[in-house]
Design a protein around this ligand. Structure first.
Ligand SMILES: [Zn+2]
Length: 453
């Protein structure tokens, strides 16, 4: 069956599957129902589950269909976010009793990737070409875990190319490099004592945390451009009349490059050591996770963009545009603001049609993704597809409101088909795949994959 025919036949089913995931939003590392639904769909479409609980992660899996090389992988995510429960209505309205919601649209991301894998496999069989399609079920993206652990366990090593996507507000083949990132806790250890009667005998771990934060806030001024630091205090002691013997702060460091990240992380360790010295305390460091920045493969961006030139994007109905305008109103985004940022007519027609052309350069963006580590191992590309109105902040109720209904579903089906066509071209055109691999080697330069932590 051709890819176009496949989507004609199965789009409705895919949309329904994405809605089932939306109806069961699950926390990172707990995506039991979501991963099961996706696996069931794959198995019912001729895929074999090669690994269940891949890389020691309960809700990770690897499925495949086909024979021989090349190996093309599609990457699925399916975790949800706390605090973003929302009904399918265009105003803030949580589902009562439900904490989680698909405010990053991973119900669409996972389902779209699964659809692309099946459609590609069907098209390959019809064309009688060798090759194997893999679907990687990658859990826990929101806590920067799944693909990092899978990468460290060499799950992606044999692939010839990896393809993914993410819901967004505009359609484009991504040239965007996410930030390298480190998530690290500093736990200070002091000595408890009565804060009034024997303060001289206490060593305050909380003082160390506060001094560390002051030091980090001074450090901010002297970091390479593009570095961001954010933190929360995890533990500041129990009661004011007890000198806290334990206190902890959780820091995120982000940088445009992994090299900058390591430099700033080393300075942060010095700040922690200084805070410990000043307060007579000691500290231990717990690195939770980290990722590299993304390596963009220009030749692969070009393939994906060519596919997008040929495949029509979604057509939005008047009801969908009205829904999107109501969301913008509730987000407080005025016509003026929207049009100033996205162009004339974008308030009247708040859902993107068509696609943005590549610029030919890598664009540094804010935020991080565990996809970046995969991009060091194998030529990797992704697209963004419009699944919500212009300027909608990700990780918001407004995203949840769109990812459970036709706006998000249409974006997903478009992205899925673009991914399938891209995968099919890479499988069937050896020269193209060679060009992509050369472009990847050039993008990588002398760097080799090293996990950040
Ligand atoms: Zn996401």
């Amino acid at each position: 069956m051709s890819i176009a025919d496949w989507y004609r036949q199965y789009s409705e089913g895919l949309a329904a599957l994405s809605r089932m995931l939306w109806d069961h939003p699950e926390a990172s590392e707990k995506e039991y129902i979501s991963s099961k639904l996706l696996k069931q769909y794959l198995v019912s479409h001729g895929f074999e589950i090669l690994e269940d609980g891949a890389a020691g992660l309960e809700t990770a899996f690897v499925a495949s269909r086909g024979n021989g090389r090349p190996y093309i992988g599609f990457l699925a995510e399916y975790d949800a976010l706390p605090g973003l429960s929302q009904q399918c209505v265009p105003s803030p309205s949580p589902v009562s009793g439900q904490e989680y919601g698909h405010g990053c649209g991973h119900n669409l991301l996972g389902t779209g990737a699964v659809g692309a894998a099946v459609a590609t496999a069907c098209a390959m069989e019809e064309a009688s070409v060798p090759g194997t399609v893999f679907l990687f079920g990658c859990p826990s993206e929101e806590v920067m875990l799944g693909k990092i652990v899978m990468a460290k366990n060499h799950i992606f090593d044999d692939l010839d190319a990896a393809i993914s996507w993410h819901p967004g507000d505009r359609n484009r083949a991504s040239e965007e490099s996410y930030q390298a990132m480190l998530s690290v806790e500093y736990h200070f250890h002091g000595k408890a004592s009565h804060a009034a009667m024997a303060p001289d005998q206490g060593l305050s771990a909380l003082d160390a945390v506060e001094l560390m934060d002051v030091g980090v806030n001074y450090l901010r001024e002297h970091v390479p451009a593009g570095v961001q630091i954010h933190y929360v205090i995890l533990n500041g002691g129990d009661k004011p009349n007890i000198v806290p013997d334990k206190a902890a702060v959780w820091q995120f460091v982000r940088a445009a490059t992994t090299a900058d990240l390591h430099k700033v992380a080393a300075r942060m360790d010095d700040v922690a050591a200084g805070a410990a010295k000043m307060t007579g305390t000691t500290y231990t460091k717990k690195v939770l996770t980290g990722c590299n920045e993304t390596r963009i493969v220009p030749a692969l961006v070009e393939v994906m963009n060519q596919v997008m030139d040929e495949i029509p994007g979604p057509e939005w109905s008047e009801e969908e545009e009205q829904y999107a305008r109501e969301i913008l109103d509730h987000l407080g985004r005025t016509r003026e603001e929207t049009e100033a940022a996205f162009g004339e007519g974008t308030y009247e027609h708040p859902l993107h049609a068509g696609h943005l052309k590549p610029t030919g350069r890598t664009i540094d963006i804010l935020g991080s993704s565990d996809l970046s580590d995969v991009s060091y191992i194998v030529p990797t590309c992704m697209l963004f597809a419009a699944c919500y109105p212009y300027g909608t902040p990700n990780h918001s109720w407004a995203v949840t409101a769109c990812t459970g209904m036709s706006i998000g579903q249409k974006g997903m089906l478009y992205a899925s088909r673009v991914m399938a066509e891209t995968g099919f071209r890479l499988i069937t055109d050896g020269e193209l795949l060679d060009r992509v691999k050369a472009s990847f080697r050039k993008a990588l330069g002398t760097s080799v994959y090293e996990p950040v932590q």
